[in-house]
Write a protein that binds this ligand. Structure first.
Ligand code: CMP
Length: 435
């Protein structure tokens, strides 16, 4: 079995193991308290043993294949003995007559398999892809699972502490005990089944304390889980509350307030309120590069300027881009200003306008870029650019542009030619106007 294969089957195996662990955790203590013939469960118990036996093999393999060198010795020193003992098919001994004298001892021996229940925490982690995914749900599910098993064990202990009335069936006894357990654990305590002896009273008090703690813990976790179900929305709503307060407090004009609301609605609908650059800044450069390449590869495909560009060149650009949003009618560039960056359009449209007349010189859409003339010629901005609708742009600062352009002279040449052509076009337009 190679490493990949083992990793792919592990989650399924963990689920199967969980099922049989649960069965053992229910059946083994049940057999200690109630009187039934273990032989009737012979085949299922042997099957459970087989599963545990295979798990022993898998655990050995896993620890041997582990990247950490001492995992195998650690396993041998810790879980190995428990795993080995729980794989021993004690039930086979039932086939031998002499064991009937030691029947109770055999039942006790099986308890060793119960220790395996502590593996449940490990298994619940393994079923998830990583430690932080669905942490809340996992905690609640594990807690519910443990408390259900716990209720079963507490009920069995209560049965041991009680005298079973004559004529009561074993099933009724168990149901009564479980009923007492649940009313006590959930702190409801109807009081129809009450402790009589000192021992019973002490036991009840302990269970009451456990119950109250557990109850608080579960409620706390559920509240936390609910608050986190749509974390993005919660955070965004909080942010909007703050903005609302600010707008009211500063008494901004209604139209400006409307603009602000529209902007946030756009941010929510398109980016779920996440500030991309904030998340990206936290990541190491290699991951940032992979994400940027994945997210922006599309826009570079649409830019004719990058047609035939090598992957490394695209990567050099991508890593330096910063996302910016503009709302309709926003001025992105104003004629005559100092030019400090180049823009690529990821979504939306912008118009190049003549400042004096307000005429539309050109409309640029997805895949187009602008702001290159000022960078290439080191001149003030040659035209004004205004957003027509919501625009997702990527900006490249002058310093980054200069840095990256050094390595790609051909690209620089192309962008220079494009700048020339645009300047010429504008000059021609001016001349035509004055004719
Ligand atoms: P820059 O001068 O830095 O700032 C204004 C930008 O408008 C300019 O760079 C060009 O990118 C863009 N621009 C100017 N004229 C035209 C045009 N005729 N067609 C398209 N874009 C233009």
């Amino acid at each position: 079995m190679n490493k990949i294969k083992l990793e792919t089957i592990l989650p399924y195996w963990s689920m199967l193991l969980l099922l049989f662990l649960t069965y053992s955790a229910i059946e083994i203590p049940l057999a200690l308290v109630f009187d039934y013939d273990l032989k009737s469960l012979f085949f299922i118990n042997i099957f459970v043993n087989l599963v545990f036996f295979f798990d022993l093999g898998i655990s050995i393999l896993k620890s041997k294949q582990s990247k950490k060198k001492d995992d195998f010795t650690k396993y041998l020193k810790s879980w190995f003995i428990i795993d080995l003992l729980s794989a021993v098919p004690f039930e086979i001994l039932l086939e031998f007559d002499y064991i009937n004298d030691n029947y109770e001892f055999l039942k006790l021996l099986r308890i060793v398999r119960l220790i395996r229940i502590f593996k449940i925490f490990h298994i619940s982690k393994q079923l998830n892809r990583n430690e932080f995914q669905g942490q809340g749900q996992r905690r609640i599910l594990t807690l519910m699972y443990i408390s259900s098993l716990g209720a079963h064990w507490i009920a069995l202990m209560w049965t041991v502490l009680n005298e079973i009335p004559e004529g009561e069936t074993q099933v009724s006894t168990y149901i009564n005990s479980l009923y007492w357990t649940l009313t006590t654990l959930t702190t409801i305590g109807y009081g129809d089944i009450t402790p009589k002896t000192d021992l019973q009273k002490i036991y009840t008090m302990v269970i009451m304390i456990v119950g109250a703690g557990m109850y608080g813990y579960i409620i706390g976790n559920i509240a936390n889980l609910l608050a986190n179900i749509d974390y993005a929305r919660t955070v965004f709503t909080e942010k909007m509350e703050r903005i609302n307060t600010f707008l009211k407090y500063r008494n901004l004009p209604a139209s400006l307030q409307e603009n602000i609301y529209q902007y946030y609605t756009y941010v929510w609908e398109n980016k779920k309120g996440y500030d991309e650059s904030e998340i990206m800044n936290e990541l190491p450069a290699s991951l940032r590069m992979k994400i940027s390449l994945y997210l922006n590869a599309g826009i570079f495909e649409k830019i004719p300027l990058f047609a035939g560009a090598s992957d490394s060149m695209i990567a050099d650009f991508v890593i330096r881009l910063k996302p910016v949003i503009f709302t309709p009618k926003d001025y992105i560039i104003k004629k005559g200003e100092r030019g400090d960056c180049l823009y690529f359009i990821s979504s939306g449209k912008v118009e190049v306008v003549n400042d004096e007349t307000g005429d539309n010189i050109a409309t640029l859409g997805v895949g187009a870029y602008f702001g290159e003339i000022a960078l290439v010629d080191s001149t003030p901005r040659s035209a004004t650019i205004r957003a027509i609708d919501y625009c997702d742009l990527y900006s490249l600062e002058k310093a980054s542009f200069d840095e990256v352009i050094k390595d790609y002279p051909e690209f620089y040449q192309k962008i220079k030619e494009m700048a020339r052509a645009r300047v010429e076009e504008n000059k021609k337009r001016e001349l035509d106007k004055h004719k």
